[in-house]
Design a protein around this ligand. Structure first.
Ligand code: FAD
Length: 414
């Protein structure tokens, strides 16, 4: 009889969906996540379209489903090292990193407060810092602290070791499991703005990515939700968005990530709410607000936005850290060079498998997205397979569960 357990790798919305759907169908599920918490990029989004609600509402419903289901084992700080076998019978080796701290919230928070070492806050894309002993973010699930041991001096290690809840001698562990099928849902990473050198990405402080804008607008972000430009914390009153930054471009990513136009339109609203008089410009090739999102596009462009049809060739920085965008304007048939206080690059979603492959002989497309069908019993789901919004990712994850169940049943009857 084939093993009816399912391994889900990646604890974003796609992996969480796959885990709860498979568990609610009666399978034993192992959900492996490399970060200290579940939720993936959705946890970093300020408000999410189409409903414009905080994403934590939707995530919490899923965390409840996980809490209530004894069929799901959540393994955080973990990565799959090896996979062997075939559909119905995969041996998998998982490496689990230590958390170095274990106790109730109050005891661990006391240690965090006492810790003097700091680290760049990856949750806010390095725009602020946390203590080296930290609670990953306000709504972290599981609600556990973690220690960034690499940021501790020998002296600080000695001081922390005095606390009962801390164990800096904890070693990485290897966990070996046998499962019938595997769902790979390791999602996406923001396309590296450092690769967009003509736009000053990573060089000019006031050129940020769209996902950084999500954190700037969030009350749990580095500025408590006030949109301020990074270089001098001043209120930006002239803001430009550059669409398709590194997307639909043979020098970067070929594909369209399908969400960046909608992300920009909602971010225009974030700015309008705080600065009703701000001058906002969108540089675009074409706006892709598919299907039902067309209405949203019409609402936002009605809000006095400058739409410049053209792909900027270069962004230059002035002495006071403003940005000048050089671009064509196809409507006006001229070349423009307008100045802004803040520029948001609408960068796309690069699949995690562009750099971090599935440890079997899987197929990938030109941008590194995983292509299903190459290994029976292993199915990619969500944004690691194709870029999309949350609703699309959830549907894709549910479909992957059906394929996984089918692969197990086929093994059982053959
Ligand atoms: C700027 C921006 C704004 C957006 N706003 C919206 C919006 O408002 N509404 C909407 O519907 N969609 C929005 N999206 C899209 C949304 O973010 C995605 O649909 C969603 O994140 C897809 O979830 P996922 O689980 O597939 O991937 P992810 O969210 O990337 O989750 C993948 C998970 O896998 C983990 N992982 C990665 N590698 C490994 C590994 N090797 N081992 C174990 N775990 C691993 C990651 O840590 C992560 O937790 C936006 C996207 C962008 C770029």
């Amino acid at each position: 009889m084939a093993n009816r357990s399912i391994l889900v790798v990646g604890g974003g919305i796609s992996g969480i969906t796959a885990a709860v759907e498979a568990a609610e169908a009666g399978c034993q599920v192992f959900l492996v996540e490399k970060k200290p918490y579940l939720g993936g990029k959705v946890t970093q989004i300020n408000e999410y379209f189409p409903k414009m609600c905080p994403p934590n509402c939707g995530l919490e419903i899923n965390f409840q489903r996980i809490r209530k289901n004894p069929n799901i084992t959540v393994i955080t700080l973990a990565e799959v090292e090896k996979i062997s076998g075939e559909a119905g019978n995969f041996d998998v080796s998982i490496k689990i990193k230590p958390r170095y701290i274990d106790g109730d919230y109050a005891s661990c928070e006391k240690v965090a407060q006492a810790c003097t070492a700091e680290r760049p806050n990856d949750f806010n894309f390095g725009m602020d810092k946390t203590k080296a002993v930290y609670f990953p973010h306000l709504f972290a699930f599981p609600a556990k602290h973690v220690v960034d041991i690499d940021e501790l001096s020998e002296e600080e290690k000695k001081a922390l070791a005095e606390h009962e809840v801390v164990n800096l001698d904890e070693e990485p562990k290897i966990m070996n499991i046998n499962v019938g099928a595997i769902i790979w849902a390791t999602g996406w990473n923001p396309y590296d703005i450092g690769k967009l050198s003509n736009y000053g990405g990573g060089r000019f402080e006031n050129v940020i990515s769209n996902i950084m804008m999500e954190r700037l607008a969030s009350i749990t972000g580095p500025t408590g939700g006030k949109i301020l430009r990074p270089s001098d914390k001043k209120e930006p009153k002239k803001i430009a968005f550059v669409q398709c930054a590194g997307s639909r471009d043979e020098h970067h990513m070929k594909c369209c990530s399908s969400v960046c136009c909608m992300a920009t339109l909602k971010q225009v609203n974030y700015i309008r709410e705080q600065y009703p008089d701000a001058e906002i410009t969108i540089y675009f090739m074409d706006i892709r607000a598919m299907g039902k999102y067309e209405d949203y596009y019409q609402q936002v462009v009605g809000k006095d936005i400058d739409m410049i049809k053209g792909k900027p060739s270069e962004i230059k920085e002035t002495d006071n850290k403003n940005l000048v965008i050089l671009s064509e304007d196809q409507f006006e048939q001229k070349v423009t060079n307008y100045e802004y206080h803040l520029v948001v690059l609408a960068t796309g979603m690069e699949p995690s498998t562009a750099n971090d492959k599935i440890p079997v002989d899987f197929k990938y497309d030109v941008d590194g997205f995983a292509v299903n069908g190459s290994v029976p019993g292993i199915y990619a789901a969500g944004c690691v397979r194709k870029p999309g919004d949350v609703a699309t990712s959830v549907q894709d994850a549910t479909a992957a569960v059906i394929k996984a169940l089918q692969s197990i049943v086929v093994k059982e009857v053959s």
